[in-house]
Design a protein around this ligand. Structure first.
Ligand code: C2E
Ligand code: CA
Ligand code: CA
Length: 281
């Protein structure tokens, strides 16, 4: 049996961890208020390439925040805090508009038509005016609705699945493409594929990281790919870091890939400069 003193020590370590985490969350939330008012964010864009030709076909917009002079904070950390603090809507609107405007300028310089893929947070999807916000952002940037892809996570669908279906159908009917992000990490993945107007399945990075780790894990990815193809969905694999991963996925006939192997997220100016000398463009 565990010594009561050891149990007590473990609990106080937990308490300390909790306290440290919540103090950090409070500090981030305090900074967020000001950052949103001052538009202290920037956007970067990561190429999504066709798997067999390695041609760039889309860009995923990712937000960046330099919250201290020499420190960027990961969106994985501040987006959930903005969501919990009720600050996500103004931030999301800024992201959508900025991404559409910057992308439209890039598209003007780039010959082949691309998609702009934007991450949508749970509250954003549930907002009454979500459809109008997307349409408005496209209109301001003079971007056709059929050049936009929205990335929705399974997590965003948990609160009000039927409401989400209605919003997404309205946008889909206008030509907007819908992608399920981080696919395979939730519990009801199949249900989403059947009931939502989904065009693209984005296989989560954890699956890609485990390619060649075991025959069983490879079979998991092959299962997701086969199922998605059977349902007529396009497949994007994210987090591709090595040639071996890219090759494996190409042979499995995924449609598009994304990851450091093809290109890291870049600001739009750098992307424009690199367009001519990156092998995938
Ligand atoms: P996500 O949507 O799954 O985005 C992919 C993340 O993987 C990005 O991290 C990207 O920089 C990173 N990544 C891309 N290729 C590789 C690779 O080869 N290896 C590894 N290890 N990582 C790779 P990032 O930009 O830090 O974003 C993290 C998460 O924060 C995103 O995950 C998304 O959930 C959220 N996020 C980022 N930008 C936005 C945004 O504009 N709006 C919303 N609502 N969420 C965002
Ligand atoms: Ca994403
Ligand atoms: Ca993802």
């Amino acid at each position: 049996m565990q010594n009561p003193d050891t149990i007590h020590e473990s609990f106080s370590a937990l308490d300390n961890d909790y306290e440290r985490l919540s103090l950090r969350a409070i500090e981030i939330e305090n900074h967020l208020h000001q950052a949103i008012n001052q538009h202290a964010f920037t956007m970067v864009y990561q190429p999504i390439v066709e798997s067999y030709s390695e041609t760039m076909v889309a860009l995923e917009a990712l937000v960046r925040w330099r919250w201290k002079p020499n420190e960027f904070l990961s969106p994985s950390e501040f987006i959930p805090i903005a969501e919990a603090a009720g600050l996500i809507l103004p931030l999301s609107q800024w992201i959508l508009k900025t991404a559409c405007i910057e992308f439209a300028a890039f598209q003007d310089e780039h010959q082949a038509p691309l998609y702009l893929s934007v991450n949508i947070s749970p509250s954003e999807l549930m907002a009454n005016d979500f459809v109008e916000q997307v349409i408005n952002a496209c209109d301001i940037a003079k971007l056709s609705y059929n050049r936009i892809q929205l990335e929705i996570t399974e997590h965003a669908l948990l609160n009000d699945f039927d409401g989400a279906v209605i919003q997404l159908r309205r946008l889909h009917d206008k030509g907007v493409r819908i992608a399920i992000d981080d696919f395979g990490t939730g519990h009801s993945s199949l249900q989403y594929l059947h009931k939502l107007p989904v065009d693209v399945v984005k296989i989560d990075q954890t699956f890609i990281r485990n390619i060649h780790q075991s025959a069983e894990l490879n079979a998991d990815i092959q299962g997701i790919i086969a199922l998605s193809h059977e349902l007529g969905k396009l497949i994007t694999a994210e987090g591709i870091e090595t040639f071996e991963q890219a090759e494996f996925l190409r042979k499995e006939n995924i449609n598009t890939g994304q990851g450091w192997y093809y290109g890291k997220p870049m600001d739009i100016k750098t992307l424009l400069l690199k367009t001519s000398d990156l092998h995938f463009m």
